[in-house]
Design a protein around this ligand. Structure first.
Ligand code: FES
Length: 434
C-alpha cells in the first residue's frame, strides 16, 4: 500500500518500527537537521590517540559541520580545538596532519599554540586594556573522552559519559585492541584509503544481508586462493547466512550501535589459525606473546576473532577486519569514507604486513569489496529519489529478535536488527527536545 506523507520535520512518522521513509536518506533539510541534532549533540568519533603521538602533532578533522584540529601539547595532553580563528573566523589549519608549535592565521596573523592559547597578537598596541588575549584562544570542543585509545568528541556541554554511551560495545572494542599483546594499536593519519560516493551516510552500516549478493564474485575468488582459518572474509564464506544452521548473529545495542557477531562461526577455527601462525617464527612468537599477555583461553579467543569485532559505533565509526572506518557526511547524497588500517604494537613487522595485505585484499582501493559497496550505495541513492512509494521496509527477522544478557537485541546474521538499531537511535536524537 502506498502511503505518502509530507516531507518535513515529522520525524516520528518518518521512522517506524519496521520501516523508514526514503526522505530520511534524500532530503536536504533533514540532512542539515541531522548535523545539528545528531553530530553536534551525541558522541562522535574523532581520532585514535596514536595518530598524534608526539608534542606538536596535529590532525585536521571534520565533525558534523564543525572543522576541528586535534593537537598534542608539550606535556602530552590531547586537545580538540575548533578550527576557527577567534578574530574573524578564518580556519587556522589547512593541512590534513603534521607537526607544528604554532598555528598562525593567514588573515591577520593571530597565532595560537597547541593548547589553543592565543600567543601572538599582531599590532597589540592597537588594542586597549579591555581586550583580553586569554579570552581569545581557539575554542575547545566541550567534551573529549576516550576508550582504549579511541577519542570521541561531544559538542553538548552535558550528557552521558562516553563509557555509558559505548555500554556493552566495550568488550567488542577490546577484541580489536587486544589483538595486540601489549593492548596497543597504531593508526597512521597518512595511511588511509579515502573514498567518496554519491549516497547517504547512513547506508554505511553493519549489514549481514548483503555480502552474499554484493560481494559474491569476490568471495568466489577468495575461496580459490585463501585459507579460511584466520581470514574474516574467508570465515564469511563458510556459512549460508540464510540457513537456520548459521551460528553468526547480528546485534543491536543501545544508542544505535550494532555488530555482526561471528564468534560462534570462528571459534572452531581457532586451532587452525594458531597452527597456521605457528608455521613461521614471527607467528609463533605472536601466539606465545598473546598467551603470556592474556592466558591460553582468552588468547585463543582473540586469535580466532582476528582483531575483527565488526562493530558499528553510531553515528560515524566502524571497526572492521583490522581497520578503522570513519563516515563523514557531506550532503544527503554524498559521503566520504576514510579507512585506516590498524597496526598492532608489540608484534614483528611481518604480522602487521600480513594484516595489511589481508585488509587491502578486500577493503583496499584496488580490491573489489569497498568499490562494490560504494557502487551499490550509489544505485540505492538513485533509486530512493523515486519516492512515489517511499517506504523502505526493515522488517527482516523482527519475529525472531531476542534480548541477550548484555542488553543487545540479537537475531540471525541476515536480519535487519542493525538497521533498526540505527534508525531507532536516529529517531530518538532527531525528536529529542534538547
Ligand atoms: Fe584570523 Fe584575522 S581572521 S587573524
Amino acid at each position: 500500500m502506498t502511503t505518502l506523507i509530507p516531507i518535513g520535520r515529522d520525524y516520528e512518522s518518518l521512522v517506524q518500527e519496521d520501516r523508514v521513509h526514503s526522505a530520511v536518506f534524500t532530503d536536504e533539510e533533514i540532512f542539515q537537521d541531522e548535523l545539528e541534532r545528531i553530530f553536534h549533540r551525541t558522541w562522535v568519533f574523532a581520532l585514535h590517540e596514536s595518530e598524534i603521538p608526539n608534542a606538536g602533532d596535529f590532525k585536521r578533522l571534520q565533525l558534523g559541520r564543525y572543522p576541528v584540529i586535534a593537537t598534542r601539547d608539550e606535556e602530552g595532553g590531547l586537545h580538540l580545538l575548533i578550527n576557527r580563528c577567534r578574530h574573524r573566523g578564518a580556519q587556522v589549519c589547512e593541512s590534513n596532519h603534521g607537526n607544528t608549535r604554532r598555528f598562525q592565521c593567514w588573515y591577520h596573523g593571530w597565532t595560537y599554540d597547541c593548547r589553543g592559547d592565543l600567543v601572538g597578537l599582531t599590532g597589540p598596541e592597537g588594542y586597549d586594556e579591555n581586550f583580553d588575549p586569554t579570552q581569545h584562544g581557539l575554542t575547545p570542543v566541550p567534551r573529549v573522552e576516550s576508550y582504549r585509545g579511541f577519542v570521541f568528541a561531544s559538542f553538548a556541554k552535558e550528557g552521558m559519559s562516553l563509557s555509558d554511551y559505548l555500554g556493552p560495545t566495550k568488550p567488542y572494542i577490546d577484541i580489536m585492541v587486544d589483538a595486540s599483546p601489549t593492548g596497543e594499536l597504531e593508526v597512521k593519519p597518512n595511511v588511509l584509503n579515502r573514498t567518496r560516493y554519491r549516497g547517504n551516510w547512513k547506508q554505511v552500516g553493519m549489514d549481514g544481508y548483503h555480502p552474499h549478493y554484493v560481494h559474491m564474485s569476490v568471495f568466489k575468488i577468495f575461496s580459490k586462493r585463501e585459507s579460511t582459518t584466520g581470514s574474516a572474509v574467508g570465515a564469511l564464506q563458510l556459512e549460508d547466512p540464510f540457513s537456520d544452521a548459521s551460528t553468526s548473529r547480528t546485534r543491536g545495542f543501545p544508542n544505535g550501535h550494532a555488530a555482526l557477531d561471528f564468534r560462534e562461526q570462528r571459534q572452531p577455527h581457532a586451532d587452525n589459525a594458531i597452527a597456521e601462525l605457528r608455521q613461521s617464527e614471527d607467528g609463533a612468537r605472536y601466539v606465545d606473546d598473546m598467551i603470556k599477555a592474556y592466558g591460553e583461553e582468552r588468547a585463543r579467543d582473540l586469535i580466532a576473532w582476528h582483531g575483527d569485532p565488526h562493530l558499528g559505533i553510531f553515528p560515524n565509526l566502524q571497526l572492521i577486519h583490522g581497520h578503522v572506518r570513519v563516515v563523514v557526511p557531506i550532503g544527503p547524497g554524498e559521503t566520504e569514507v576514510q579507512m585506516y588500517p590498524v597496526f598492532l604494537k608489540g608484534v614483528e613487522p611481518s604480522i602487521n604486513e600480513k594484516r595489511l595485505r589481508s585488509h587491502e585484499a578486500f577493503y583496499g582501493p584496488a580490491a573489489a569489496g569497498s568499490p562494490d559497496d560504494a557502487e551499490i550505495f550509489e544505485r540505492t541513492q538513485r533509486g530512493l529519489i523515486a519516492d512515489i512509494d517511499p517506504w523502505v521496509p526493515l522488517a527482516r527477522g523482527m519475529h525472531r529478535e531476542q534480548v541477550d544478557e548484555d542488553g543487545s537485541v540479537v537475531a540471525y546474521i541476515s536480519d535487519e536488527i542493525t538497521q533498526r538499531a540505527q534508525m531507532k537511535e536516529w529517531k530518538k536524537l532527531m525528536t529529542a527536545k534538547k
